[in-house]
Design a protein around this ligand. Structure first.
Ligand SMILES: Cc1cc2nc3c(=O)[nH]c(=O)nc-3n(C[C@H](O)[C@H](O)[C@H](O)COP(=O)(O)OP(=O)(O)OC[C@H]3O[C@@H](n4cnc5c(N)ncnc54)[C@H](O)[C@@H]3O)c2cc1C
Ligand code: FES
Length: 369
């Protein structure tokens, strides 16, 4: 049995120190991190936090990207209202300084290692609240890689919805020649320094015909609606950016929070164990928990929770990667996967919120690094 990992994700109650209105529909939340937890909340640029609270008597948890740079000495996220959204409206309307909220330790791999001696070319495409992890990446790269350059393409509906507009302007002025920013507005005509249009394949082609040499991009970061992110990824790849240098972060999918399709619909296998179900063993914090699960029933994550396990999760739709674990024995089918890298799938990692058993026995390790 593997030993519990020090970095296993865990929730801690943190006090909100500051709520700052960034735009009419976006608030940023700054958390107080007590010294004894400082190490646990150390993050790398591009990571996110999962917040958990009770809203209308029910537990709600959602992920929010950290917008602080790693050298700023603060832990801040920004939450944009989603029409009819439970958590985002609660955050904008009800959260206030002094309140305490459960915050999971930082997670996510929307990041690349830094090298102070490198002279890299970065490009980022962000839409709306997709700017939050990108801002953290930009601030950190500019501070830690003094020879690197960054090009940001940032799309919004209107000038009033541009989050962090002043901070970005200020960064651009402080890092003249190293940070270039193109704002695109989809619902307003062009005005000084702000272009009209949408982020998509045409824009990528135009950029690649001019100031962006796609083949020499060292890292591209894409964050926004699924359709935009996938279109830009494909256009960059077609223009010559190697696929492994293109990094995606989705905040949700069109299938958000719908229960994933049962195993029969999955493409990677047909259940081959006994008809009454599989034996699932969960390894977590050095302990083992076993239960039986029907092949076309709940996901492994939901079933484990029904059996009393407290496993990490947030989106339950395959995007946040919080529920990642490693298969030690057996096989599962995954309905969706928007967050595991190909090498992780190869190495046996799965998203347990999307997984159902395919074999008689499945052993899943949540302590795997
Ligand atoms: C890794 C990760 C990082 C994230 N970082 C941020 C961040 O930095 N800032 C931020 O504001 N959000 C971020 N999100 C999205 C966030 O977790 C929530 O999904 C979002 O705030 C909506 O939650 P809600 O409870 O208000 O809406 P819900 O009550 O969950 O959903 C209400 C309706 O809105 C739709 N919906 C959900 N999310 C979106 C969306 N983003 N855009 C349009 N429609 C949506 C749903 O499909 C549903 O129909 C991130 C998500 C992930 C997975
Ligand atoms: S809980 Fe988000 S991917 Fe499984």
């Amino acid at each position: 049995m593997s030993a519990p990992s020090f970095n296993a994700p865990s929730f801690h109650p943190l006090t909100i120190r500051d709520c700052r209105r960034e735009t009419a529909d976006t608030v940023s939340l700054l958390f107080d991190v007590p010294p004894e937890l400082a190490e646990r909340y150390r993050f790398v640029q591009g990571q996110h936090l999962t917040l958990k609270t009770i809203i209308n008597g029910e537990e709600a948890r959602r992920s929010y990207s950290i917008c602080s740079g790693v050298d700023e000495g603060e832990l801040r996220v920004a939450v944009k209202r989603v029409e009819g959204g439970l958590f985002s409206n609660h955050a904008n309307d009800a959260l206030a300084p002094g309140m305490v909220i459960d915050v999971m330790t930082p997670m996510g791999r929307f990041t690349t290692p830094l090298d102070p001696t490198a002279a890299r070319r970065y490009v980022a495409f962000a839409a709306g609240s997709g700017i939050t992890p990108i801002l953290s990446i930009i601030k950190t790269v500019l501070a830690r890689e003094p020879h690197s350059q960054f090009l940001l393409i940032y799309g919004n509906r209107a000038v009033s919805s541009i989050i962090f507009r002043e901070e970005l302007e200020d960064l651009k002025n402080r890092h003249m020649g190293r940070l270039a920013i193109h704002h695109l507005l989809s619902r307003e005509p062009e005005e000084a320094g702000l272009l009209s249009g949408r982020i998509g394949a045409d824009l990528v082609r135009d950029l690649c015909a001019g100031q962006l040499d796609a083949a020499s991009v060292d890292a591209a970061f894409l964050c926004g609606p699924q359709a935009m992110v996938e279109e830009v990824r494909d256009a960059l790849a077609a223009a010559g950016t190697p696929a492994e240098r293109i990094h995606l972060e989705l905040f949700g999918t069109s299938a958000d929070r719908r229960p994933p399709a049962p195993a029969k619909a999955a493409t990677d296998g047909v259940a081959d164990g006994p008809a009454d179900g599989a034996t699932i063993a969960i390894l977590q914090d050095g302990k083992r928990r076993e239960f039986t699960l029907a092949y076309d029933g709940d996901t492994i994550l939901d079933a484990a929770h029904r059996h009393g396990a407290d496993l990490p999760y947030s989106c339950k739709s395959g995007v946040c990667c919080t529920c990642r674990a490693k298969i030690r024995e057996g096989k599962v089918s995954m309905a969706e996967n928007y967050s595991l890298e190909p090498w992780e799938v190869e190495a046996g990692y799965v998203l347990t919120c999307q997984s159902r058993p395919l074999t008689e026995r499945v052993v899943i390790d949540f302590d795997a690094p």
